[in-house]
Ligand binder design. Sequence first.
Ligand SMILES: *[C@@H]1O[C@H](CO)[C@@H](O)[C@H](O)[C@H]1NC(C)=O
Ligand SMILES: *[C@@H]1O[C@H](CO)[C@@H](O)[C@H](O)[C@H]1NC(C)=O
Ligand SMILES: *[C@@H]1O[C@H](CO)[C@@H](O)[C@H](O)[C@H]1NC(C)=O
Ligand SMILES: *[C@@H]1O[C@H](CO)[C@@H](O)[C@H](O)[C@H]1NC(C)=O
Ligand SMILES: *[C@@H]1O[C@H](CO)[C@@H](O)[C@H](O)[C@H]1NC(C)=O
Ligand SMILES: *[C@@H]1O[C@H](CO)[C@@H](O)[C@H](O)[C@H]1NC(C)=O
Ligand SMILES: *[C@@H]1O[C@H](CO)[C@@H](O)[C@H](O)[C@H]1NC(C)=O
Ligand SMILES: *[C@@H]1O[C@H](CO)[C@@H](O)[C@H](O)[C@H]1NC(C)=O
Ligand SMILES: *[C@@H]1O[C@H](CO)[C@@H](O)[C@H](O)[C@H]1NC(C)=O
Ligand SMILES: *[C@@H]1O[C@H](CO)[C@@H](O)[C@H](O)[C@H]1NC(C)=O
Ligand SMILES: *[C@@H]1O[C@H](CO)[C@@H](O)[C@H](O)[C@H]1NC(C)=O
Length: 742
Amino acid sequence: MSHNLPLVFLFFLYSLPLQASNQHERKPYIVYMGELPVGRTYAPEDHHQNLLATAIGDHRLARESKIHSYGKSFNGFVARLLPHEAEQLRKEENVVSVFPNTVNKLHTTRSWDFLGMPLKFQRHSIIESNIVVGVFDTGISLECPSFNDKGYGPPPPTWKGKCVTGANFTRCNKKVIGAKYFNLQNLEVSNLSPVDEEGHGTHTSSTAAGVAVKGASVYGVGAGTARGGVPNARIAMYKVCWSMSGCSDMDLMAAFDEAIADGVNVISVSLGGNPRPFFNDAVAIGSFHAMRRGILTSCSAGNSGPSTMTVENVAPWILTVAASSVDRQFTTVVALGNGKKAFGMSINTFTPGKTMYPLITGAQASNVSGDSNGNASACDYGSLSKGKVNGSIVYCLGTGNQEFVIKGLGGAGTIVGEAQHSDFSTATVIPAVYVDATTAGKTIDFYINSTKNAEAVIEKTITTRRAAPSVASFSSRGPQSIALNILKPDLSAPGVEILAGYTKLATLTGYPDDNRRYFYNILSGTSMACPHAAAAAAYVKSSHPHWSPAAIKSALMTTATSMKIKDDTAELGSGSGQINPVRALNPGLIYNISVDSYIAFLCKEGYNSTGIGILIGRKGFNCSTMKSPQGTDGINYPSMHTQIMSSNSTSNIYAIFYRNVTNVGLGNSIYKAKVVAPKGLSIQVIPDTLKFSGLNQELSFKVVVKGPPMPWGTRILAGSLEWNDSRYSVKSPIVVVNKPAL
Ligand SMILES: *[C@@H]1O[C@H](CO)[C@@H](O)[C@H](O)[C@H]1NC(C)=O
Ligand SMILES: *[C@@H]1O[C@H](CO)[C@@H](O)[C@H](O)[C@H]1NC(C)=O
Ligand SMILES: *[C@@H]1O[C@H](CO)[C@@H](O)[C@H](O)[C@H]1NC(C)=O
Ligand SMILES: *[C@@H]1O[C@H](CO)[C@@H](O)[C@H](O)[C@H]1NC(C)=O
Ligand SMILES: *[C@@H]1O[C@H](CO)[C@@H](O)[C@H](O)[C@H]1NC(C)=O
Ligand SMILES: *[C@@H]1O[C@H](CO)[C@@H](O)[C@H](O)[C@H]1NC(C)=O
Ligand SMILES: *[C@@H]1O[C@H](CO)[C@@H](O)[C@H](O)[C@H]1NC(C)=O
Ligand SMILES: *[C@@H]1O[C@H](CO)[C@@H](O)[C@H](O)[C@H]1NC(C)=O
Ligand SMILES: *[C@@H]1O[C@H](CO)[C@@H](O)[C@H](O)[C@H]1NC(C)=O
Ligand SMILES: *[C@@H]1O[C@H](CO)[C@@H](O)[C@H](O)[C@H]1NC(C)=O
Ligand SMILES: *[C@@H]1O[C@H](CO)[C@@H](O)[C@H](O)[C@H]1NC(C)=O
């Protein structure tokens, strides 16, 4: 046992100068030690120091290597370690896991009215104003009008957070009641403060809880009222992402450690990294401790769609949010010299100065004397001639940095013909529009070919309507790779072309030589969807302050609107569907999950008993003492899912799901099971009627999912169960994935 090293040996190592020289080879690891020790007779810091000294074998080096101690909401520390030292700490009896610090990334690429939640909708304003939404992000720009605190009272009495000031951040207010930053590695940063120099954190915070701002727009584009989902709620910013270095695990864990202790009520995390086992995943660990204290964590699902198996932030206690479109879109019109019009996408804030500009293709603007290997049709860097581009609109093929190439050569604008037309718009640095190469692009190409002096003008972007909602192509899809029987993402929320707050420390496009700096911007990503769902959770919580995080999540999921099915992956893209916050206030029934049920689930998933024991602060805990959860997934989840791992499986039973529902609707009620099953799937609900005689009564049922062995070509079979008593409808998707066919 290493911590019983003889003193002499320790002393010997202490005097070895060699040890210090590999200080630079050490990498930061998180040593996670679960629940705080009860009774706390000693400072966790001292304990961490001793553990570390034992592993490293040198007290001085241990002190130098230690980066930070957690200890407000859970136990653990961060230190620079060599791999064998990490291995040694892993064996320590109070350690759940030891994992290298990884860097996570942000999930960016008139939404509330669309969700049926108009500003004037009945709200519990007083209760809502006692709700604090904790946002883990790039910081916040207090100057944005969305954070005006006019009319707000003092922070809720339960609030224990602080306002940390610093560079370009001098104060909080009654709207943004807390702000902290985490830079545990002391990396060189431009603004050591909670200020937002990227815009992302200001955008997500104002989406969750910004006040209503009339006439908000991006230089006139998208004009309307900008507001958050819970405009009366308060915001606490925990800055964990830095523009050069991303969002590291150690900073995220520190944010959870503090936010839970500060008294936030809901947490919104719009970032992620590769999925990993829960005990090695900073967001899974932090959100578990949050859940134990009644705080729901909403996370973005990732922007790696439309490929399947790309979803991130997949722990069952997390609300994993996909991005869907709203019924508004941005359209940019190109008027051609022949009177025809072509339609495309972009956020073009520029008003044309002339009625028409010369229009040429990249090929026509090619630098013939150039020695570049670039593709002029695609307007590659170095392939075009400045003289030809100057003052013209250039039609380019492909997707890339055409805007910047054309800007650099003094072009008047660019039209980009995309082979794979994107489904969202972003601000452009010069007048620009992205069109479908096979339709609008053809029209433009044909016009240029048929005319000697082609002309065009790119008009300022206008707002149009579209059929909605549908899952954004970029939104990450399931199935997940960690807990195979939990469907993720859980639901979707608006995440396409969202107008919300921004910072003046960044330009609209984020590029330094763009000179537009503004308090609002239009962004897309599951990053934008996550705070919508966090706000919806806060909204439900303000009506039902005592509901568990699982109950709130269940309410949001079972009342969501199923997504339009474009292909067979609707449920893998959006889970239960798009959130409907107003319906979620009265879900009728809920699928509740206790902390013990999550523990039993972790046992079933094969997590180490000793580790679970430390996680929950029950020394000597043994999974064999838990009642083993029944059924395929072993948890009372509001959706039902399994992955068939072998196509040639001869089994006819795919899954059995055991569920309990609690009546939160009306005392006496009779719910009938309505099943929708696709061909090849039989779904049986036993019993198929639930008779409740009182509120908070819990009844059990099971769902048996059968079918013939899945044919190779079938990727997904999706059905649903809806409990219906004619006043309430409580819906769960049932999704069987044929893993080898994906
Ligand atoms: C659980 O983890 C501890 C500490 O890492 C280890 O000693 C033990 O063997 C593990 N137990 C099982 C059942 O894997
Ligand atoms: C505030 O931000 C500006 C612009 O990014 C920067 O130049 C300046 O150094 C910052 N001020 C401080 C005190 O860091
Ligand atoms: C064209 O290419 C030549 C040779 O590489 C280069 O010297 C010249 O600057 C280029 N012209 C423009 C306008 O880019
Ligand atoms: C671009 O056009 C402007 C005016 O149209 C002219 O003044 C300038 O010299 C041109 N630049 C080049 C590189 O041709
Ligand atoms: C140039 O790029 C276009 C668009 O991506 C492509 O269709 C074309 O084949 C490319 N040409 C060459 C010579 O690579
Ligand atoms: C336009 O002309 C180019 C070059 O001759 C040709 O490659 C392209 O197919 C033509 N486009 C249309 C729409 O006719
Ligand atoms: C759900 O379970 C928790 C305990 O796990 C309990 O406190 C809560 O009252 C239950 N019901 C609801 C609606 O949250
Ligand atoms: C848990 O209990 C089982 C059965 O009683 C026993 O075999 C096992 O060793 C125990 N595991 C731990 C980690 O104590
Ligand atoms: C349903 O409730 C019963 C009784 O409390 C419990 O034994 C069972 O584990 C629960 N089932 C699920 C799936 O949570
Ligand atoms: C299923 O197919 C795999 C690989 O094709 C094969 O190894 C396995 O034996 C098959 N299983 C059955 C039950 O046929
Ligand atoms: C379920 O109940 C709703 C009312 O909440 C009702 O409008 C709907 O028609 C019912 N659905 C079915 C399938 O019976």
